[in-house]
Design a protein around this ligand. Structure first.
Ligand SMILES: Cc1cc2nc3c(=O)[nH]c(=O)nc-3n(C[C@H](O)[C@H](O)[C@H](O)COP(=O)(O)O)c2cc1C
Length: 316
């Protein structure tokens, strides 16, 4: 059998997110991937279009006390609390390690105060050639100040973009929280205020009780739920957001196999982030990529781009 001929026919997996071209629609979501060079190369980057950094803040944060991760029957609760070494250390020590490898770096900037976000962006500007996009995180549920408080209202999202958009000429994405009754209105405001793309969405609020201790598991009681449990919820958010805005939507939430990724794309996402599944299997991206590509080949589709939004009405 002529394998080279067969491989020539494999569907093209490259996609565009605004001005950015990615070799694969699959990205590693923020918070699940170490800032260590060896994880930003093969084999870990097989099938990966881009990797999002851990949520970064202007100043270092130690993260939350107590239990930080709790497995549920079909998902994961986390209360990491944005543990990170701060933007200065990221730019000086971590970004040189992880950039220049095989995969574009998306910087997840966690919004605390507007002043700190502005200062953070100015620091990041000094390294802008190493940054493919900034993902504004207005949706972290695990902090007492800022975080998803910004993302739950149209005003909050508008304020964040009014402060940050003028400071960043490159791709500026906004990662929304699903914990709103008006996701579509928030998405529209983000577009009006100049976001280049939307990431839909961050984790959902949940909690766990440790029955043996008869107490909530987490110090802050509530935590962020992710993983397969949230996939249908996130898919609905993606479908709604993609129907409401003309900027690209990146799907995120519970993706664990090729069919999940394809469903996100069919719903209108141009790319897909994967988080919790990587805590289960560090090499799952290649598998998800190959499953999706094989299905596209079965459908006789020559490019993954051809299916984006095609599950919304007309099919293909
Ligand atoms: C352990 C852990 C840490 C996370 N940290 C961040 C973070 O720093 N910034 C952020 O925007 N999202 C963070 N997230 C949310 C993920 O990026 C993703 O939006 C969410 O988990 C849903 O995707 P998934 O179901 O594929 O995990 C974190 C998720 C987990 C599980």
């Amino acid at each position: 059998m002529n394998f080279s001929k067969f491989s020539e026919k494999l569907p093209d997996m490259s996609v565009s997110v605004g001005n950015l071209t990615l070799s694969s629609p699959l990205m590693i979501a923020s918070g699940v991937w170490p800032h260590e060079a060896k994880f930003w190369r093969e084999p870990y980057t097989n099938g990966v279009g881009a990797i999002c950094s851990k949520g970064l803040t202007r100043h270092p944060r130690p993260g939350n006390k107590g239990t930080r991760i709790w497995e549920t029957s079909s998902g994961l609760l986390n209360s990491i609390g944005l543990q990170n070494s701060g933007i200065e250390a990221f730019v000086a020590e971590e970004l040189p390690e992880i950039s220049g490898n095989q995969v574009p770096v998306v910087v997840n900037l966690a919004i605390e105060t507007l002043e700190e976000a502005e200062e953070g962006l100015i620091l990041l500007k000094s390294a802008k050639e190493h940054i493919a996009a900034i993902e504004l995180n207005v949706s972290c549920p695990n902090v007492d100040f800022g975080g998803m408080a910004w993302g739950v209202s149209e005003e909050g999202v508008a304020q964040v973009l009014a402060a940050t958009r003028p400071l960043w000429e490159g791709e500026l994405w906004v990662k929304l929280t699903p914990q709103v009754s008006n996701l579509v209105d928030v998405a529209k405001v983000a577009q009006e205020m100049g976001a280049d793309a939307l990431v839909v969405a961050n984790t959902w609020l949940g909690m766990a009780i440790d029955v043996d201790r008869k107490k909530p598991v987490f110090e802050r009681v509530v935590a962020g739920l992710s993983g397969p449990a949230v996939f249908p919820l996130a898919l609905k958010c993606v479908y709604e957001a993609a129907g409401a805005v003309s900027i690209p939507v990146i799907g995120c939430g519970g993706v664990s196999c090729g069919n999940d990724a394809l469903a996100m794309l069919l719903a209108g996402a141009v790319a897909v982030e994967v988080g919790s599944m990587l805590l289960h299997d560090l090499l799952c991206m290649a598998e998800i990529h190959d499953q999706a590509r094989r299905k596209l080949a079965e459908w006789n589709v020559s490019s993954v781009r051809d299916i984006i939004g095609k599950g919304r009405s007309e099919g293909f």
